[in-house]
Design a protein around this ligand. Structure first.
Ligand SMILES: Nc1ncnc2c1ncn2[C@@H]1O[C@H](COP(=O)(O)OP(=O)(O)O)[C@@H](O)[C@H]1O
Ligand SMILES: [Mg+2]
Length: 386
């Protein structure tokens, strides 16, 4: 057994016999296994609160809280951990009791080191297997949700395009007519008509509103176009350092953030994740997410934490804020076009719709978790450069 296999395993050894615990810890440490120690059940639970571990080796017979009681607490609180019980020769029933309460296995004292390490490896393999299974289930669930959203968005997109076109025509008529009236009002013979100022102001307001409405329809048409592009144009793809791109996005929203005294931080792993993607489209998504976070934060203790990580397959960008959060009902709708909870003039409800389309086109996924009153976390997963 090499250190490579064991040095990623964290263990808590719980035994009230000091010398036995010390010696066993040392011997395990010599084999590259990192061991924390506790001299009793209560202490073990305290340690676990701060330093969760993969495997707990637990003596059955201890002063105070005994091993079985401690085991039950552990199993209640730390689903992913495995417990190996240690029993005296005379108390094998304790071990059996432990298995009934969810222990991985039990060994009788004095334990042979090789035997213990083999058990530890078995428990560790089980943990890894369970984790992989859990991740696979989560991944499938995410893809399924994504498909449901995709179908709805395509339907909504078709409808939205129709509506946008229909609205563009009357908007053009309103704009032309307002322009014509402004021209007529500016003629010298019209300058003396009563309440000319009110006419002018009214027309100005009509113009502004029309401009805003056409901007929305344009954005929407653009959004639907982005959404329905089956293929992205690979010629726009380059190697993108996600850290540099995120830094650029943060710098761009910095003035808006500092107005509200919001702290924006960035954590990244080494080496920095590199994706093969379209930097301009991705920047647009990051800006959308960051400005949503800024807008969701009202107090001056606001914080936005961005982090980057990557595996062999994918890179992850996480943008987390401690803003107002999103209710369950709204969470199901935030990617729809025009869905907004903001005042007119502040939100159009297009940002996330576009972002979703862009990320899907870049071969990635975008997901969200939110707790009302606590904050929101958006996660973007992108393919990495291979
Ligand atoms: N970080 C966030 N925190 C709270 N709510 C959010 C966040 N991001 C998005 N939302 C909700 O999703 C809605 C849609 O977002 P978006 O598509 O960007 O449109 P807009 O920002 O124009 O309203 C927002 O109105 C808001 O209710
Ligand atoms: Mg927005």
């Amino acid at each position: 057994m090499t250190n490579d296999m064991t040095n990623e395993i964290n263990i808590l050894l719980v035994d009230d016999e000091d010398s036995y615990r010390e010696i066993l810890s040392k011997r395990l440490a010599r084999r590259g296994i990192h061991v924390l120690q506790a001299e009793g059940g209560e202490k073990a639970l305290q340690i676990l609160e701060k330093h969760p571990v993969d495997i707990i080796i637990l003596d059955v017979k201890m002063q105070g809280m005994d091993g079985i009681e401690c085991l039950r607490h552990i199993k209640e609180r730390y689903e992913g951990s495995e417990v190996i019980m240690l029993t005296g020769h005379a108390e094998i029933h304790g071990g059996v009791e432990g298995i009934k309460s969810g222990a991985f296995d039990y060994l009788t004292k004095p334990v042979e080191l090789e035997h213990l390490i083999r058990k530890i490896m078995q428990a560790h393999n089980k943990i890894r297997r369970c984790l992989a299974e859990k991740q696979e289930i989560e991944f499938k669930e995410r893809v399924k949700q994504q498909m449901v959203v995709a179908e709805r968005l395509v339907a909504l997109g078709t409808m939205a395009t129709g509506v946008a076109h229909e609205i563009n025509n009357p908007l053009a008529v309103i704009k032309d007519s307002a322009g014509l009236l402004q021209q007529i009002l500016s003629k010298p013979e019209m300058r003396t008509i009563p309440r000319i100022d009110d006419f002018e102001k009214g027309l100005e307001r009509i113009n502004k509103a029309v401009n805003r409405a056409s901007k929305i329809t344009q954005q929407l048409l653009q959004a639907v176009k982005t959404q329905t592009m089956d293929m992205v144009d690979p010629s726009t793809f380059v190697e993108v350092s996600l850290k540099e791109l995120l830094e650029e996005a943060i710098a761009l929203v910095e003035p808006e953030a500092s107005l509200k005294q919001i702290k924006v931080s960035l954590k990244s792993v080494e080496p920095h994740p590199i994706s093969w993607t379209d930097p301009f489209q991705l920047l647009q998504v990051l800006l959308n997410l960051l400005s949503n976070s800024i807008q969701a934060i009202a107090v001056d203790s606001g914080q936005i934490t961005c982090s980057l990580s990557s595996s062999l397959e994918e890179a992850k960008i996480v943008i987390k804020d401690n803003g107002c959060g999103i209710s369950k009902e709204n969470l199901a709708r935030i990617f729809e076009p025009f869905f907004t909870t903001k005042d007119p003039g502040k939100g159009t409800g297009i940002g996330l719709y576009v972002s979703w389309g862009i990320i899907a086109n870049l071969g990635g996924l975008i997901s969200v978790e939110s707790d009302i009153g606590k904050g929101t976390t958006f996660t973007i997963t992108l393919p990495v450069k291979k």
